[in-house]
Each structure stands twice: as C-alpha cells, then as structure tokens.
Design a protein. Structure first.
Length: 451
C-alpha cells in the first residue's frame, strides 16, 4: 500500500507537466499503429473501445523502440517480432487484456526519457518491454526507477545501466534483465577467431596494426573499448581510433587514414543500417587492405542490397535461425510483412516477448493478479533465482538455447556461454552469413581475401 500511495502522489504531482507536454504537440507515447488488442490512441482504450479483458481488467505495457529516426527500420522489426508473440495469445493473460503502447525513442536519449515518462503518466503503465539503443536505456532507467515500473528484457549493452543496477539494486531493480550483454562478454569471440586464423596460417598480417571505429554513443564506445582492450591484450597495436555522430555516412577520410597507417584489422560497430553499409562500401572503394569486423552489419535483412560484393569477407557476430522453430518464424514473418526478419532485431524481440509473456503468466498463476508489484516480485523471486528461465527445449525460444538471469556476477546480463546466450562469429559471402567460430558452430574456417 505504501508503494501504491507513493506512485499515486508522483502521478498527481506530474499531471501539470504531462498536460504541458501534450500541448506542445508531441502526443502520447503511442503512435496509433498498434495491433489488435493494444492501445490505439494513447487514451488507455483498446481499438474496440472496451479497454479491458474478460473480467474488465487491463495491463498497460510500454514498449520502447525507435519508431522514427535513423534506426526506425530496427524499431519496426523489433515491434513486429515482439507483437507476433502477443498475437499468439490474443493479447490476453487470464482475465487481463494486454494493452501495448509504443514509446518512440527517436534514437535520442532525452526525447526517449520524456516520451517514456509521458506514456507512464498518461496511460497508467504497469510494466514495460524492450528498448534498443544503449544510450536510450541509460536515460530511461531513471524513469523506470522513479515510477517503479518494471521494464523487462531491454536491449542496449550499456555499462552505465550495469553499474547502476549493481551499485543500487533496490532503486534500479526495475530495469530488469538486459538482452544484449556487455560487449566484453561477446567481443572475446572476435579476438579468439582472429587469433585462431593467425595460428593456423589462414591470416598472416604484415603487422598487428589495429583500427577502431564506432558510433559516438554509449553503445559504440562501449563496444570499441572492449574490442580495443581485447585485441591489445593479444598483441595488437591500435593506430587509429575514430567515432562518428549518429547518422554519419561519409567515412572516406578515416578509412584513408586507416589505410595510410597500415591497419591490417579494423574493428567497430554502427547503430543503423545506412551507416554500417556506407562504411563497408567505402572501405572497399578506398582499397583498404584489412580484415573488417563490423559488428551488427547483418542486424537488418536488406544490408546486402546496400553493400553488394563489398561485404564479402566482412566479419560479424549474429545469432542464427538454426532450429525448425526459427525457420518457421522466418517463414511466418516474411509472409506477414513482406521481407525476411533480421535475427538480431525481429528474432531476438520474438524471444524476449515470449519470455516476457511467460513472466506475466507465471505472475498471474502464482499471485493471482498482474500489477507492477507482483510482476517485480515474480522477476526477483523466480527469474533472478533461475526458477524461471526461457529455453529452446521447453519454451518457444528460437535464438538462444536458454535465457537465464540467475548468475549474480553477470546480472543484469544473462548467462553467456554455449549452453545459454551465445552468438557465433560469422563471415559474409554473397550475402550469406557463414559461421566460422567457435568450432562447435563453424561451417568453415575464417577466410582472407586474396591480394
């Protein structure tokens, strides 16, 4: 009761601010394009105007993603993948109708936090699902904590989020379960794959000269830092390190700089398909004689249409649709939306939404009601202890063997290993991702282009 009263006071105190925000023309966190059963216009009503489930009960859910902006295609795939899980249960848990409100992050931390807060206040949000960008997670975590709204299974590898959850768990526990682990846990795969290629004679660089690049936001710098440290620990020397503003598509100067520095390996990441594909095409155009790691190039399905043969030999780390269930999802998604789903966007969103709904169902079964408090209680008592996980073997997971958040040293990241959360290192040829590392997943050895 104390927690409930605290939230009601906060809601009342912020009402004037919300009216002001709405008057500025930004509207609600909802853009009006929700699927059946979800909220349609920010009013808290469902599309059929009923607003409730069989017993008149509703659970209001804030989904956060880039609906507009440079990463809007990622947002589209994330939302589509997630809502396919909701459609399977007809937006219903017990006697609760699930209303999903879109919060458009616009790939902007400040705008995302404002939109998220407005959505919480305008639509009486109970729980949230997902985000995409690391910098958006780093801002929206403050809003979730302020209003004590469990925001479950969020993307974004932000170190800032990890630090906050670990240092003040009681306050920040509402940002519950990251779905993209800290890059240091994943970048090791790149380092080991390159080292293995050197050891077996496949890759014989003239020197271990490294170039580092990335989008100039939390995600890009966190990944680049992990990559730089990992390769330097393995004998590489970083000669060039450059970061780019979100939306940049001209990289000729820095690529020529890397070429002049004698870089034989470059490692980095972008956050949108136009930036990543432009970087790869221009690296080919300037004749950069280096192996290229571009983490996330394959996040969206049409990347090859934008790069063509320039992407041959590029190295990435992408989950694969390796199971029959995964292939069935690809078929259903393609038939529904007219294009193939990216595994790192629609595929992972499908998994996370499935786990999210399993948490809601467990909460309902165990505690008899769906509220912010009972959902948070289920997460802490069931998910954090490992009693509740989401797997390929027993559930509907298609991307990861098991989503498990029971390791206190890893949390808020999931357990990362070959039996849980893992990405294979892949190399692209003719638009196809070929796994090259680890050996247990590899279809062939890493290859180096002939000079």
């Amino acid at each position: 009761m104390k927690k409930y009263m605290k939230r009601m006071i906060s809601l009342a105190a912020a009402a004037a601010m919300v009216l002001s925000l709405c008057a500025c023309g930004n509207g609600g966190g909802n853009d009006g394009t929700q699927a059946p059963g979800s909220a349609a216009d920010g009013s808290g009503q469902t599309e059929n105007g009923q607003g409730g489930g069989e017993g008149g009960k509703t659970l209001n859910i804030a989904w956060i993603g880039p609906v507009t902006g440079s990463a809007s295609r990622s947002g589209e795939e994330l939302y589509n993948g997630a809502m396919m899980q909701f459609e399977k249960i007809n937006y219903q848990i017990g006697d609760y109708k699930l209303n999903v409100f879109k919060v458009d992050s616009e790939s902007n931390a400040e705008k995302a936090a404002l939109a998220y807060e407005e959505c919480i206040l305008s639509n009486k949000i109970d729980v949230g699902l997902n985000t995409w960008h690391s910098w958006v997670s780093a801002s929206c975590i403050e809003v979730a904590a302020k209003y004590e709204i469990p925001q479950l299974l969020t993307f974004g590898a932000s170190q800032d989020v990890i630090d906050k959850v670990k240092e003040d768990h009681d306050y920040y526990k509402y940002w519950a379960g990251k779905t993209w682990p800290q890059p240091a846990h994943l970048v090791t795969g790149y380092v080991e794959a390159i080292d293995q290629a050197i050891q077996n004679g496949t890759f014989s660089p003239a020197s271990k000269t490294l170039g580092i690049y990335g989008v100039d936001e939390d995600w890009g710098r966190t990944f680049a830092k992990a990559g730089k440290e990992g390769f330097e620990a393995n004998g590489w020397t970083c000669a060039v390190e450059e970061y780019f503003a979100l939306g940049t598509t001209d990289y000729y100067a820095v690529l020529n700089k890397m070429k002049d520095a004698g870089c034989t390996l470059i490692c980095g990441t972008m956050s949108d398909v136009n930036a990543a594909t432009a970087f790869i095409k221009q690296a080919d155009e300037v004749g950069l004689d280096a192996l290229v790691i571009c983490d996330g190039l394959g996040w969206l399905s049409e990347w090859y249409e934008l790069t063509g043969a320039s992407s041959d030999y590029v190295i990435d780390m992408i989950p694969q649709y390796a199971t029959e269930s995964g292939q069935a999802f690809v078929k259903e998604y393609t038939e529904k939306f007219g294009y193939e789903p990216g595994p790192s966007t629609a595929g992972l969103a499908y998994d996370t939404a499935g786990f999210f709904l399993k948490v809601l169902q467990t909460t309902y079964d165990e505690y008899g009601e769906l509220t912010s408090e009972t959902i948070m209680k289920c997460w802490e008592e069931k998910v954090r202890t490992g009693e509740l996980i989401y797997t390929m073997a027993e559930d509907d997971a298609i991307m990861m063997p098991a989503w498990d958040y029971s390791d206190p040293d890893m949390y808020p990241d999931p357990i990362v290993d070959g039996d849980h959360y893992c990405f294979p290192v892949v190399q692209y040829f003719d638009g196809k991702a070929v796994p090259v590392y680890p050996d247990s997943m590899a279809a062939q050895e890493l290859k180096v282009p002939e000079k």
